[in-house]
Write a protein that binds this ligand. Sequence first.
Ligand code: GDP
Length: 422
Amino acid sequence: MAEKPHMNLAVIGHVDHGKSTFVGRLMFETGAVPAHLIEKYRAEAKEKGKESFAFAWVMDSLKEERERGVTIDISHKRFDTDKFYFTVVDCPGHRDFVKNMITGASQADAAVLVVAAPDGVMAQTKEHVFLSRTLGINQLIVAVNKMDAAEYSEDRYNEVKNEVSQLLGMVGFKADEVPFVPTSAFEGDNITESSSNTPWYTGPSLLDCLNDLKTPEKPDTLPLRIPVQDAYTISGIGTVPVGRVETGIMKKGQKVAFMPSGATGEVKSIEMHHEEVDQAVPGDNIGWNVRGIGKNDVRRGDVCGPAEKPPSVAEEFTGQIVVLQHPSAITVGYTPVFHCHTTQTACTLMSIDKKLDPKTGQVKEENPTFIKAGDAAIVTIRPTRPMCIEPVKEIPQLGRFAIRDMGMTIAAGMCMSVKDKQ
Ligand code: GDP
């Protein structure tokens, strides 16, 4: 049987609005919690005098297992629908989510935004929606959750739906194309089946919405870009860089360049899953060998591309950034580490050109003297050593970055333009 298409799903929303419960419920109802575990919990529940086998019991037991450090299937957070298999990637708020999203470790193809009906839009709802946009998540589904705690009120549902729609519109999502579903993750309403508690709602269940997501397109018509994760020396073969094809197609015999070093050569062999292949496409993790490339020509953070259209090396670039957290103020001269594809490069803030309204993108101030947490800005950045980066409009996969300092993600951003190094 052909493998179903895979989707990485982010679950975002304000703390306590029900994200974990939602994921647990979805896994439970799609059969992702293994039968032997359910049996075990059923038996334990009975033993402790709990006659009804409640979903809550499963959630609690899974949580306990997690806390005891037992690795069970839920830790992979994989579940299947008719059409896709999903991996639930980290939620924002978890450590390093932003960095992982940007460097591609967990690039989400779609997100479910969980908003509790009794509370409506809260601080982190806004933050996560804005961040999703910056991180390039284009497909969104909204669960208006905890409907059981809002008396399954259609009026309340519509209020929250309007509030969220406004927010989505502000950051540039087409709100009328985003599906909204009234749910109770706790009671299981409209998660996989339509609920009699919301007779006024005739739309699809959340699972139906997941099945309606579009399969992410493989960016194989863009120029070839493979950020190098590592480079090995293998006797009898030579230097073998490894990495994941982000965009384009690499074929055996093709002439490629490694930047920033500028070393070029012909692709002699491509290997994937220990087998030789003739070409590699986006998403493929490969090792490849290039005639004439030595150990010192290629290292982690370099990018491989076609010799006739090599990856850009920035002397300077402009970026649009969102400051997520910083203990004080960020000023010109600040030199934190930029994480972009597989590179980690210290870069200096040369100028703060514009301060933007983080919700609308409108210019609030020209040449501000500083920016701080919560601000968005257009800035000019100079890498302290040669670094590959591409404008997000041309090659989105190589145009996003995270700024890290003091062990935390200070900001997320995208590259707007590059001044090439000569
Ligand atoms: P997270 O922080 O967004 O992951 O939220 P949790 O899933 O941990 O849920 C926070 C609290 O809300 C827990 O006490 C849940 O039992 C409760 N909760 C989650 N979903 C629902 C729901 O649909 N209805 C009600 N009444 N409570 C819920």
